[in-house]
Design a protein around this ligand. Structure first.
Ligand code: NDP
Length: 444
């Protein structure tokens, strides 16, 4: 049995009931086979893959908090510090009822390679809780965030581990967590990113993942003699990533026809009205059912359906495994040219295979959504230097980072004989840098 297959088997055996983690490990290890095969003896001797798939540290803790009626609730908190070869652990905090250790491990594992691809000095980690922020009052959110930080603070720090936002964790939650960290440690440092602008946040961080997604798509189109202008796009999600992906897509001259949340989806033949969407989701925190009140020509449908709409570009920006083989078949039958993942692992393995086999230009999340963490790293730099860069300065750095990521993954794919396969390219380019740093630092 090959070394890669042995390690995949071992991961499944040692981490039962963690299907998302198995899926992420399988996807990465399968696509780095050419590198592993070329170095098998040394990697086996150094147990390199075993070290890559085992987090350096995983922390699980109790998060008790009191609701507005005086009732006590207990959630579970997690922080997985996956790999610090390249820098302090860096990765978001997800607050969603579906969170469990396997989900956090899959996200942390992906984060290691994504952070490597940015070219910035950040290791990989991820955290979260099964707490559901939906329907909670501001005071309840604060109570949860403070309790979460009452344990997390002892494990993180500006040079140790720097968490950020993710599903369910936006500027409000980061603010409460930052306040509690400062209270407990009596240190004012850049321990979290995604902070408000008045207390150390970076301009462009809010927009970064969505904007970065469009910047990398733009570069890919440019290198193929094409442009985003005049194209139609379908987007899923209606959160941070989706909203700013739609904004940048419109700025670049594309028309976005859809968005969605966990209850339904919207089709707007005239192009999504961004102001209405921001009002519904960012200001009023309402469901998408409200959208047709602003746009009577649009349709609202319950359930899932974004991928059935004909478009040139598909941008999944909601959550993992939201685009399966059937969806991929519909998109291909409707002539999709490019798919770029704003979310983490939104496409199933079968869907990805189908896109690649059918000549769709497919940009995997760890490259395509790296703009968020890259800008978080820029926030860390500004905090260390006690500086604040202008919007234009950060945006232009983000654009350069996304362009570099595209060329890196394109070159890595070509180097190993997989031209145009950006999944292989991203995994190999991310992996090689982490391995070089791990080898230099010895067995630790
Ligand atoms: P948000 O919480 O802001 O938005 C998530 C969106 O996806 C919401 O519209 C939500 O709908 C929908 N959604 C979430 N879970 C599900 C589900 N199980 N089924 C259907 N829809 C769902 O999160 P973000 O926009 O920040 O994150 C979206 C994705 O992008 C995630 O995969 C995240 O890991 C990834 N990502 C985020 C980055 C960032 O900077 N924020 C950086 C890189 C990746 P509803 O509100 O109804 O739940």
């Amino acid at each position: 049995m090959s070394y890669v297959d042995e390690v995949i088997e071992q991961v499944i055996r040692q981490n039962p009931n963690e299907p998302e983690f198995h899926q992420a490990v399988r996807e990465v290890l399968n696509s780095i086979r050419p590198v592993v095969d070329a170095n098998e003896e040394a990697y086996r001797r150094d147990a390199l893959l075993e070290r890559i798939v085992n987090p350096e540290r995983q922390i699980k803790f109790r998060v008790p908090w009191v609701d507005d009626k005086g009732q006590v609730h207990v959630n579970t908190g997690y922080r997985v510090q996956f790999n610090s070869a390249l820098g302090p652990y860096k990765g978001g905090i997800r607050l969603h009822p579906s969170v469990n250790l396997g989900i956090i491990k899959f996200l942390g594992f992906e984060q290691v390679f994504k952070n490597s691809l940015t070219g910035l000095p950040i290791g990989g980690g991820k955290g979260g809780s099964d707490f559901d922020p939906k329907g909670k009052s501001d005071r309840e959110i604060m109570a949860f965030c403070q309790s979460f930080m009452n344990e997390l603070f002892r494990h993180i720090g500006a040079d140790t581990d720097v968490p950020a936002g993710d599903i369910g964790t936006g500027a409000r939650e980061i603010g409460y967590m930052f306040g509690q960290y400062k209270k407990l440690k009596n240190v004012y440092e850049g321990v979290l990113t995604g902070k408000g602008l008045s207390y150390g946040g970076s301009l462009v961080r809010t927009e970064a993942t969505g904007y970065g997604l469009l910047y990398i798509v733009e570069e890919m189109f440019k290198c193929h003699g094409d442009t985003i202008e005049g194209k139609t796009a379908v987007v899923s999600g209606a959160g941070n990533v989706a909203i700013f992906a739609i904004e940048k897509a419109h700025q670049l001259g594309a028309k976005v026809l859809t968005c969605s949340d966990s209850t339904g989806w919207v089709y707007d033949p005239d192009g999504i009205d961004l102001e209405a969407l921001k009002e519904i989701k960012l200001v009023k925190r309402e469901r998408l059912t409200e959208y047709t009140k602003y746009r009577p020509n649009a349709e609202y449908h319950e359930g899932k359906g974004v991928w059935s709409v004909k478009a040139d570009i598909a941008l999944p920006c909601a959550t993992q495994n939201e685009l399966d083989l059937n969806d991929a078949k519909m998109l291909v039958a409707n002539g999709v040219i490019a798919v770029a993942e704003g979310a983490n692992m939104p496409s199933t393995a079968e869907a990805v295979e189908y896109f690649i086999a059918n000549g769709v230009k497919f940009l995997p999340g760890k490259a395509a959504n790296a703009g968020g963490v890259a800008t978080s790293a820029l926030e860390m730099s500004q905090n260390s230097g006690r500086l604040q860069w202008s919007f234009e300065e950060v945006d232009s750095k983000l654009k350069n980072i996304m362009r570099n990521i595209y060329h890196n993954i394109d070159n890595a794919a070509k180097k190993y004989g997989y031209e145009g396969n950006y999944v292989v390219g991203a995994n190999i380019a991310g992996f090689e840098k982490v391995v070089e740093a791990m080898n230099a630092q010895g067995i630790v």
